[in-house]
Design a binder for this molecule. Structure first.
Ligand code: ADE
Ligand code: ZN
Length: 339
């Protein structure tokens, strides 16, 4: 099975680039930039990765991101992630970045975008990995701050492929950003939002009705509303699910209780993703392996999850046809029958 997962062409649609900052790189960049971290070494930082909810993770995640200062830092961060993608046969990525985490510290928007984009372009050339870039708003900040960030981004909109919404979900319903997202859609770009990670099913409905999202990030709490599950199955509005993240942040108490395969069998367009892999104990391959170990996911189910990611991606039709063929070929090679 390990061999099967390793060779399966995989797509990642829910990945925060700041969440790929491994402790070793965090310390190296801290040293390079004269940023002092509140942990003495890598081992004690790793020991702090015990989260009891989303907020306890976010506090550490924003602190860690403070070592990112120069364009080269953002390049190095992104490049390290893309090297792993190449080794793990991740062939397409749609990456979130959080400009407000950096602009609030006086880092220019262009510095952040430039470094991430340069690594993506280089990885496309060297590894053949295709990509899209999603600029995400921090929902714990105000609507006004989001509008200001959108204005700051306006000279660079042609280099961005969509908009997202992340950070502390509880107490920050999607409707808070309805006007910002209306403006984003007017720019002609697709929008997505985190919803139903810690927040209730009502927040998922809000992203659909008030933000008009093209995908829902997480969305696992849809199970609490049968009408919503039917809607998602009928419309095939995709969910970008992150199993290891959900267990680490206590959305599910253990992987054996995760609902991703149930949702798959109910006909939803669910996909598997790694969210913040440096903090949650594994990249995309580890997420697939966890589904096999804890839930007994079959090879056929793993293939369908990848085919769903092709469907949910923002690739061109030509690329979707090519990747669908590649996944089906891999399945056939291993005697897996797909309907
Ligand atoms: N930012 C980074 N990871 C996140 C997550 N899992 N939920 C909300 N915001 C995030
Ligand atoms: Zn996320």
């Amino acid at each position: 099975m390990e061999h099967f997962i390793a060779g399966l062409p995989k797509l990642e649609l829910h990945l925060h680039i700041e969440g790929t900052l491994e402790p070793e790189l965090m310390f190296a960049l801290g040293q390079r930039n004269g940023v002092t971290l509140p942990w003495p070494d890598v081992a004690s930082l790793r020991a702090a990765y015990e989260f009891d909810c989303l907020q306890s993770f976010l506090d550490l995640y924003y602190l860690g991101a403070s070592v990112l200062v120069t364009e080269q830092d953002f390049f190095d961060l992104t490049w390290a992630y893309l090297e792993r993608c190449a080794a793990d046969k991740v062939v397409h990525v749609e990456i979130f970045f959080d400009p407000q985490t950096h602009t609030a510290r006086g880092i220019a928007f262009e510095t952040v975008l430039g470094g991430i984009e340069r690594a993506l372009q280089e990885a496309e050339r060297v590894f053949g990995i295709s990509w899209r870039l999603i600029m995400s708003f921090l929902r714990h900040l105000s609507e006004e701050a989001a509008f200001a960030t959108l204005a700051e981004a306006s000279p660079f909109i042609s280099r961005i492929h969509g908009f997202g919404l992340d950070s502390s979900e509880l107490g920050n319903p999607p409707g808070k950003f309805a006007r910002v997202f209306a403006r984003c859609r007017e720019l002609g770009l697709p929008v997505v939002a985190h919803a139903g990670e810690e927040g209730p099913a009502a927040y998922i409905w809000q992203t659909i009705r008030e933000l008009e999202v093209k995908r829902i990030d997480h969305g696992v709490r849809c199970s609490e509303d049968p009408e919503l599950v039917s809607y998602l199955a009928d419309t095939r509005l995709p969910l970008t699910v992150c199993p290891l993240s959900n267990v680490r942040l206590k959305v599910f108490d253990e992987m054996a209780h995760h609902n991703v395969l149930t949702l798959l069998e109910q006909g939803l367009c669910v996909t598997v993703n790694s969210d913040d892999p440096a903090y949650f104990g594994g990249y995309l391959t580890a997420n697939f392996q966890a589904l096999v170990q804890a839930l007994g996911a079959s090879r056929e189910q793993l293939c369908r999850l990848c085919l769903n990611a092709v469907e949910a991606s923002w690739l061109s039709l030509t690329d979707k046809v090519r990747l669908t063929r590649d996944i089906r070929q891999h399945a056939a090679l291993h005697g897996v029958i797909l309907h």
